[in-house]
Design a protein around this ligand. Structure first.
Ligand SMILES: Cc1cc2nc3c(=O)[nH]c(=O)nc-3n(C[C@H](O)[C@H](O)[C@H](O)COP(=O)(O)OP(=O)(O)OC[C@H]3O[C@@H](n4cnc5c(N)ncnc54)[C@H](O)[C@@H]3O)c2cc1C
Length: 603
């Protein structure tokens, strides 16, 4: 059999596997991505993309394409049974309730379309998905804790994957010796099962149908994300690309016989898209609903709410995405949670593979993302029950009220948009000096804000200066550098940062700019300061020096120190992780605490 060595073998090229592959493509790693499908997803499956995922896609330069190809959803609408037996609108709200979201709307793009963003971005960097390929053997038989397993540069001898190429008749098998394996092979993950990782949780009794079609209707909220409770059942309307619409239709108790009680799988053969649209039309009364032309995609499924008991084996085999967690799709979390997992993991793998960080850094992946998955299941339990429960009527006084649905929507807005995700304190989340940037919560993603380039006065969102390029960003906020109030502490900080003992020198691996990007933001006035006014270490390029002032048009910029809760006289150092989350903050004269932060996991 043919044999090969790789740094990372990714099994499964869905959103989760592709996010990781693209993050590491072209960065000097030997990565392979295999998938059993002969072709990618062409329609349907996951579609909702949430505000935090927009920001993540932007950090890889992919958001413009989503804006071009996807549909923006700005409004939610809620309907309940009305007095005449049909439905009536109770309320309209903004689709997103998070004021700091850079893109304050959700979007839809079908899963295959989103996967293509990554596939097309990877291709010029020399990475393609190898299709019609499955693993048949996955062996990790080295002793736990052996020095071989603890050395990230080693291809452990007793660690191998046998791949089978389904499209070949000869030489269809090969042995791959991988330093790391990532199983992103979906809800029925082969990798997870091969490693004997159990799923905690179970299945609900809610059976739902999903149908994508072009509607002919007089329903006025067909272009809003609309939750409808009626005496005939519930549906969720999701506007899709162009004039396409997706309906999630709750199937009646009669349809529960479609479920195989042994496997918890639904017999799709007994359902049909026509029946789903017919059920939806009944729920939508007094409005009419028919389909124009052929249905684009449809499916029927039962909701499982489960989380894997662990996300890795010996830090060598990791699983992510649906392989680790499944939940209902109605809050539009599937793709988001899955891409969020591997966005969190990719830079950690990069640091370990480069020998820059200890293997223990990988443990923070499971700690951060398993907690998130557990919270997701708890949220999903509340959300699914509100969705699938009967509405409160005179006959059902214990039914679901509109207030409960709306209350949950507001309560969980931070979580479901992804904006409010906060990682707990760990070796990479240190909130010791939280007070010096009181509104920039350590463990949460950096808040977007517009600052002005000192050199050319161009307004720029700070997120665009924090690309997911695997570097830590050291953002120094300082008082007016044209006066001693700012200039003196900044000079002191420059001396401290360039000293031998500084983290820049100790963990810079010969060229600190490979590991750390440094930005400097001053409270000086736009037209009174030059980028050359700051010491050299803060201006590796003119674009790294910014002011917290308004632009010439007076439309953007200014108020950044206040937004972040940083005293303009004292300033602060903000460490942003490569995935855009605030790792730690410290006063300008506490560089030793930043040194200690990096000493906790860097080599
Ligand atoms: C039929 C179906 C319908 C869905 N409908 C919805 C929906 O309506 N709304 C919603 O939000 N979410 C839906 N989902 C879930 C959504 O697709 C996932 O939450 C999301 O795509 C998770 O991304 P992932 O990369 O973790 O897994 P997936 O997207 O499942 O990707 C896994 C990849 O691994 C590959 N693979 C699987 N086994 C192997 C193997 N042994 N060897 C090699 N490759 C393998 C698969 O071909 C696939 O490309 C649906 C999923 C499925 C399967």
């Amino acid at each position: 059999m043919q044999e090969s060595n790789v740094d990372l073998l990714i099994i499964g090229a869905g959103p989760s596997g592709l996010m990781c592959a693209n993050a590491l493509a072209g960065r000097g790693f030997n990565v392979r991505v295999v998938d059993k499908r002969a072709v990618g997803v062409v329609a349907g499956q996951a579609d909702g993309i949430q505000p935090r995922t927009h920001e993540i896609l932007q950090s890889y330069g992919l958001m413009e394409r989503l804006l071009r190809e996807g549909v923006e959803i700005h409004r939610n609408a809620f309907y309940n049974p009305g007095p005449s037996g049909g439905i009536e609108r109770i309320e309209r709200t903004a689709a997103i309730s998070q004021p700091t979201a850079r893109y304050p709307f959700t979007m839809c793009r079908h899963q295959g379309g989103t996967e293509n963003f990554f596939i097309d971005a990877m291709r010029p960097k020399g990475l393609e998905v190898e299709r019609s390929t499955v693993p048949t053997v996955l062996e990790l038989s080295a002793d736990s804790g052996s020095s071989e397993l603890r050395d990230p540069a080693a291809h452990p001898v007793k660690f191998q994957v046998v791949l089978q190429h389904l499209d070949r008749t000869e030489n269809d098998r090969e042995v791959v010796h991988a330093k790391f394996v990532l199983g992103t092979d979906g809800a029925h993950s082969w990798v997870r099962k091969a490693m004997g990782i159990k799923m905690d949780g179970g299945h609900t009794e809610f059976v739902w149908g999903v149908v994508d079609f072009f509607p002919d209707t007089d329903f006025p909220d067909i272009r809003a994300r609309t939750v409808i409770h009626s005496v005939h059942g519930s549906i969720l309307v999701v506007p899709r690309e162009g004039d396409l619409v997706r309906l999630y239709v709750q199937l009646s108790d009669v349809d529960l016989k479609l479920v195989d009680k042994q496997t918890n799988r639904v017999d799709k053969g007994q359902a049909s898209p026509e029946k789903l649209i017919e059920t939806a039309a009944k729920i939508l009364q007094p409005y009419y609903l028919r389909a124009f032309g052929d249905v684009q995609w449809w499916t029927v499924y039962i909701i499982g709410q489960r989380v894997a008991e662990k996300f890795s084996v010996e830090d060598r085999i990791l699983i992510a995405g649906d392989a680790c967690h499944t939940h209902s799709p109605k809050a539009g979390q599937g793709m988001n949670a899955s891409m969020g997992d591997t966005h969190n993991l990719a830079w950690k793998l990069a640091y370990v593979l480069r020998g820059w960080a200890d293997m223990s850094l990988l443990r923070t992946y499971e700690a951060e993302r398993r907690k998130f998955a557990q919270d997701l299941i708890e949220f999903d339990k509340v959300w699914s029950t509100l969705f699938s429960g009967k509405p409160r009527t005179a006959q059902h006084d214990d039914g679901v009220t509109h207030e409960a649905t709306l209350g949950a929507f507001r309560k969980f807005g931070g979580f479901s948009s992804g904006i409010g995700i906060r990682y707990a304190t760990s070796i990479i989340v240190d909130n010791k000096h939280q007070d010096c940037a009181s509104k920039l919560i350590v463990g949460e993603r950096m808040i977007p804000h517009v600052f002005i380039h000192t050199a050319d006065a161009k307004p720029v969102n700070i997120h665009d200066l924090l690309p997911a390029d695997t570097r830590f960003k050291i953002v120094v906020f300082v008082a007016d550098v044209t006066t001693d109030v700012g200039a003196v502490p900044l000079r002191g900080l420059a001396e401290r940062l360039t000293a031998e003992s500084s983290f820049l020198r100790r963990f810079g691996h010969g060229n600190h700019l490979d590991v750390f990007d440094i930005l400097c933001i001053t409270s000086a006035e736009r037209d009174k300061v030059d980028y050359t006014d700051v010491p050299e270490v803060f201006r590796s390029h003119w674009s790294k020096v910014l002011v917290d002032d308004v632009d010439y048009a007076g439309r953007s910029g200014g108020g950044g120190f206040a937004t972040y809760g940083i005293d303009p006289k004292s300033g602060a150092i903000v460490v942003v992780r490569p995935d855009g989350y605030v790792g730690t903050v410290a006063p300008l004269d506490r560089v030793e605490d930043i040194d200690a932060y990096f000493s906790g996991f860097m080599l």
